[in-house]
Write a protein that binds this ligand. Structure first.
Ligand SMILES: Nc1nc2c(c(=O)[nH]1)N[C@H]1C(S)=C(S)[C@@H](COP(=O)(O)O)O[C@H]1N2
Ligand SMILES: [Mo]
Length: 420
């Protein structure tokens, strides 16, 4: 392949971090970069795949390739999505710290190919930081931006993963070298063994020779510097702490230590957190209006009061609310099966349906529900949670609860069911 090379810049520019051998610690070598990079690659791949699932479930009608069983499938995938994203934060910081000396690589630009390689790293780093920052802020429900989170987070995910694939392909030889090289100093250098004895005798330890410093990747770390092992242990500990103090928001038996989780899955009326309260949604008075009637549109449209709904056959289902933000919790819901209401309205079995809330505006005021979920025997128009009438914040007088669906689609304060 023809290579277009650029002239080497003048030598007097080689100062400070640009000088030869400026970074010699093993914390910046290929092995450290490969090990932390692998963990980071696994975290990003997990977040990407689970993110695709979430996107498919929320935005595609019908979601084609995602089963609706087990009922906790989204609880699992979205819990994993948020957990892998949070774990990626300390990993990304460690990785950037390991490789930042490459910013000062010499020469800064040697060929078109080299330029493209550096550009792909720029895209990768920018994309990775963007994804982790927007994801984190979304999880803590702080939206200091003007763009729509969901489509932007989705598109940047593809760009970032594209750059990641290019990066892995380009770095494959370096990654392979990083894995091959023994963690310790090669035994062919006896000086490495002699050094501690000299130090113990109070003599200053010799700095590595200039000849060695031209091969910075093989240098022993200077005495007293942090070892690779310490860096890896610290990074793993940070990942462990971040994970253990947050996964309790979906792994219920760990909720006792979810100190950093934005939600405690047990705090909320009827033991279930609230995404948006009735007051925040502006429905408090409407929800408590005794004249409320459910409207069902279809070939044989009808309306039912709450008392009439309560006299229909009641079913119970243990189903999770699994929020896109990562928290999730099981509830014991009871109420009327959606399929029974649809049959009563004479809806064809192949029809998709739309759920309309009496909440006036907002993203979640209506949902389209594919027929598979509408006809699922576990999909309820729930009137009760844990044996009690729904609290107004959980969607009183009636809300949708269906298996395997993202929390955003579990419409509260239902007004109308439309057959499409
Ligand atoms: N009408 C309406 N339904 C809604 C919402 C909403 O804001 N308005 N929030 C959704 C979101 S994002 C989630 S996670 C669940 C949370 O249900 P909960 O508040 O009963 O726990 O309700 C969903 N249903
Ligand atoms: Mo949610």
């Amino acid at each position: 392949m023809a290579r277009l090379t650029f002239p080497t810049p003048p030598g007097w520019l080689r100062r400070g971090p640009l000088r030869e051998g400026a970074f010699r610690s093993s914390l910046h070598d290929e092995r450290t970069a490969a090990l932390i990079g692998t963990a980071l690659g696994i975290a990003f791949t997990t977040a990407f795949l689970t993110g695709l699932i979430s996107h498919e479930l929320q935005l595609r009608h019908p979601p084609t390739w995602i089963p609706d069983r087990p009922v906790w499938i989204y609880r699992f995938t979205q819990g994993l999505h948020v957990a892998s994203g949070l774990a990626a934060i300390p990993l990304l910081l460690a990785k950037l710290w390991t490789v930042y000396p490459r910013l000062f690589g010499w020469p800064p630009l040697s060929s078109i190919r080299h330029g493209l390689e550096r550009l792909s790293i720029l895209v990768l780093v920018a994309g990775a930081i963007f994804q982790l920052v927007t994801g984190l802020l979304n999880v803590i429900q702080w939206y200091p931006w003007a763009f729509a989170f969901v489509p932007t987070h989705y598109q940047v995910a593809w760009i970032t993963v594209g750059a990641l694939i290019v990066h892995i392909a380009v770095k494959a030889p370096a990654i392979a070298r990083g894995y091959r090289r023994p963690a310790a100093q090669p035994p062919s250098e006896p000086a490495a063994e002699a050094a501690p004895a000299v130090a113990a005798a109070g003599e200053p330890v010799a700095e590595p020779s200039v000849a060695e410093s031209t091969k910075p990747r093989f240098l022993a770390p200077r005495p007293g510097t942090v070892s690779r092992r310490s860096l890896l242990i610290t990074t793993s500990a940070a990942v462990g702490v971040v994970t253990l103090t947050t996964v309790g928001q979906s792994v219920t038996w760990l909720r006792g230590i979810d100190l950093l989780a934005p939600r405690d899955p047990s705090v909320g009326p009827q033991g279930v957190p609230i995404n948006r309260t009735a007051a925040q949604a502006g429905v408090q008075t409407t929800a408590l209006d005794p004249g409320w009637q459910l409207e069902v549109d279809g070939p044989r449209p009808f309306q039912l009061t709450l008392a009439q709904l309560a006299r229909l056959p009641q079913y119970e289902a243990v189903l999770p609310i699994a929020c896109v933000e990562g928290w999730s919790v099981n509830g014991t819901w009871s109420g009327v099966r959606l399929r029974d209401l649809l049959d009563r309205a004479g809806a064809p079995t192949g029809a998709d349906i739309r759920i309309v809330s009496f909440e006036k505006a907002g993203f979640y005021a209506t949902t389209t529900m594919p027929r598979e979920y509408a006809r699922d025997p576990l999909t309820l128009l729930a009137l009760r949670l844990g044996g009690q009438p729904l609290s107004v914040d959980h969607g009183y007088p009636a809300r949708i609860i269906a298996p395997g669906r993202p929390g955003v689609l579990q419409t509260k304060w239902v007004q109308r069911i439309e057959v499409l």
